[in-house]
Design a protein around this ligand. Structure first.
Ligand code: NCD
Ligand code: ZN
Length: 352
C-alpha cells in the first residue's frame, strides 16, 4: 500500500518538563519525540517546577524553547491563586491558560471561586482557557463558559458521564470543546491491573463502558485527539510514590491510523481531530509546506525505539498498522526513514 500523506499534526497537550524536570524530558527531546510521531506543533503544559504561573518562569521557558525546540511549540500559562493579579502579564508569552480543577502531578490547583472569576474576567478574550476537570468539575467548567460567554476546552475527557455532559452542553449551543487521549481510547482499567504504575495517569483509565462511550462520541462530540504526553522515568514509576502520567507523542498516530483501517473513524475525521480542530480551537498559525508521510507497514511499538527521554511506553508490544516515514516542516525534511534529523532551535515558538 502506498504512503498516506497527512498535514503536520498538532498536539494540544504535551508535558515538556522545563524547568525542573529535565531528567524526564526537555525541549530538544520532547520536540524530537513529537516529530518522530508526526507531530509538528505542540502546546506545552505549565505544571513544571516552578510552574509557568509567573511572567518570569514563563519568559524563561519561552526563551529555552526558542533555543532548543525542533518542532513548533506554544506554552500554556498556569492559573494559580497566589499569582492571579499578574495573570494578564502572562499572556504575551502564552498561547492559552490552563486551569487545574482536580488533583494531578505538580502543585497547580484552583479550588476557589474568586480565582476562577478572575481567570474568566482578566485572561484576554482572544486566548483560550483549557481545564483539567473530572466528573462534576466538568459541570463547573460548563457553567463558567455559560456565565462569561467564552469558550472552554476540556482536557483529556475520559468518562461516559463527562462526554455525555459535554454533548448536552454542545447541543444547547454552549462554547465548549474537548479532547480525548489515545490511552483512554485504547486501554481500560483492566490494563491498569496488568501494567501497575505504568498504566497510572490522571484521569485514571476508565471502565470498558467509559471507553465505549468515548468511541461512540468520537465522530460528533470529541474535538481533538491529544496525547497528554507526560513522561516520567521508569525508576520514578517503580518507586514508592510513582507519579501519574505516560508518554504518548510517538504512539498516537500509529494507534489512530490503526483505528482508521478498522473503520472506527475516517481518515478525514482523523485529520480534523489531530490537525484542523486543534488549530482552530487554539487559533494556531498555519505551517506552510508541512506534511507527514505515513508508511503502511505493520510495526510493533517498542520501548527501545522511543525518542522521548523517558524511554518507555505503555503500548510496548502493541502492533500498529504503520509508522511515520518522513516529515517535512516549512519545506525542510526533519524526519527521514523514521529518524529525526533537524537540530534544536529549528522549531518556532508561538506567539512569535
Ligand atoms: C500529568 C503530568 O505528569 O504532568 N500526568 C498525568 O497523569 N496526566 C499531569 C496531567 O496532565 O494531569
Ligand atoms: Zn497533562
Amino acid at each position: 500500500m502506498s504512503d498516506i500523506i497527512l498535514p503536520g499534526l498538532i498536539d494540544v497537550h504535551t508535558h515538556l518538563r522545563v524547568p525542573g524536570g529535565e531528567h524526564k524530558e526537555d525541549f530538544a527531546t520532547g520536540t524530537a519525540a513529537a516529530l518522530a510521531g508526526g507531530v509538528t506543533m505542540i502546546l506545552g503544559m505549565p505544571n513544571t517546577s516552578p510552574p509557568l504561573s509567573t511572567p518570569e518562569a514563563l519568559q524563561n521557558a519561552y526563551a529555552q524553547a526558542q533555543a532548543d525546540a525542533r518542532c513548533d511549540v506554544g506554552l500554556f500559562a498556569g492559573a494559580s491563586p497566589e499569582q492571579i493579579d499578574r495573570l494578564p502579564e502572562l499572556a504575551s508569552h502564552a498561547v492559552a491558560l490552563k486551569i487545574y480543577l482536580n488533583d494531578t502531578f505538580g502543585p497547580l490547583r484552583v479550588e476557589d471561586v474568586p480565582t476562577l472569576r478572575a481567570c474568566f474576567q482578566t485572561w484576554p478574550e482572544d486566548k483560550m482557557i483549557a481545564m483539567h476537570a473530572e466528573k462534576q468539575s466538568v459541570a463547573v467548567g460548563i457553567g463558567l463558559a455559560a456565565v462569561y460567554g467564552r469558550p472552554v476546552h476540556f482536557c483529556h475527557i475520559s468518562r461516559k458521564e463527562e462526554i455525555e455532559l459535554i454533548a448536552d452542553a454542545k447541543m444547547r449551543g454552549l462554547p465548549v470543546t474537548c479532547e480525548v487521549t489515545p490511552h483512554h481510547l485504547f486501554m481500560d482499567e483492566t490494563d491498569f491491573a496488568r501494567l501497575g504504575p505504568l498504566g497510572d495517569m490522571r484521569p485514571v483509565l476508565g471502565t470498558p463502558d467509559d471507553v465505549a462511550a468515548l468511541w461512540a462520541h468520537l465522530n460528533d462530540t470529541v474535538d481533538c485527539i491529544a496525547t497528554d504526553h507526560a513522561p516520567h522515568t521508569l525508576a520514578e514509576k517503580w518507586s514508592e510514590t510513582p507519579p501519574p502520567g505516560v508518554a504518548g507523542l510517538e504512539t498516537s498516530l500509529g494507534l489512530m491510523m490503526t483505528a482508521v483501517t478498522q473503520n472506527r473513524l475516517s481518515l478525514d475525521r482523523l485529520i480534523q481531530l489531530m490537525h484542523a480542530n486543534p488549530r482552530r480551537i487554539y487559533n494556531l498559525p498555519e505551517q506552510p509546506d508541512t506534511r507527514v508521510e505515513f508508511e503502511m507497514t505493520p510495526t510493533v511499538i517498542r520501548n527501545e525505539a522511543m525518542v522521548s527521554k523517558c524511554g518507555w511506553t505503555p503500548f510496548d508490544g502493541v502492533e500498529a498498522v504503520g509508522r511515520v516515514k518522513r516529515v517535512v516542516l516549512r519545506g525542510e525534511v526533519v524526519v527521514e526513514g523514521g529518524k529525526v534529523i533537524c537540530q534544536p532551535g529549528f522549531g518556532q515558538v508561538i506567539p512569535v
